[in-house]
Ligand binder design. Structure first.
Ligand code: SF4
Ligand code: SF4
Length: 156
């Protein structure tokens, strides 16, 4: 009996083609939140403020093909840097695979359900505010990890 080929999300990142690479993203949107860096300590703080191009309801980039032109500091995930970006969430599929870890059960490639990432509390959909609507990003720092607030909470 021949060897069973593992699904692409279990293979090393370096072996994935472009379609497989793009499909690895769970769509959580956490990498599209603004981060603030302490100039003195280098410490990075999460915020509940999203990039201008993120649809805050769906956590999807609204112009993915042109994102680099519109948001020059949008971080391009690569096979080389996926395991080296300390601000990536521990749940990020690229980070997990770069570290040789399996995807979580809620990942759509495992669960078959694109909404499972929302129910698992990993997606930022409906939980963040766009940078276009924020005056002082400093007021939106999340000190203890990712504890994004709901937009409606902010408006109360
Ligand atoms: S954090 Fe990782 S898995 Fe989540 S949207 Fe960004 S690249 Fe995709
Ligand atoms: S340009 Fe798109 S992919 Fe890049 S950070 Fe903004 S929303 Fe995310």
């Amino acid at each position: 009996m021949g060897e069973v080929t593992p699904p692409f999300w279990e293979r090393p990142l370096g072996t994935l083609d472009e379609t497989e690479w793009e499909a690895l993203c769970d769509g959580c949107g956490q990498c599209c939140l603004v981060k603030l860096e302490d100039a003195d300590t280098g410490e990075i703080y999460d915020t509940d403020v999203s990039c201008t191009l993120l649809d805050t309801c769906t956590a999807r980039c609204t112009d993915y093909p042109n994102r680099k032109a519109k948001v020059p500091d949008c971080q391009q995930m690569t096979r080389e840097n996926a395991g080296t970006l300390p601000w990536l969430p521990e749940t990020c599929a690229y980070r997990l695979r770069a570290e040789g870890k399996p995807l979580y059960d809620w990942h759509y490639l495992i669960s078959g359900d694109r909404e499972a990432v929302v129910r698992a509390g990993i997606s930022v959909a409906g939980r963040v505010i766009s940078e276009d609507e924020v005056d002082a990003i400093e007021d939106h720092v999340q000190i203890e990890g990712f504890e994004a607030i709901r937009v409606e909470d902010e408006e109360e």
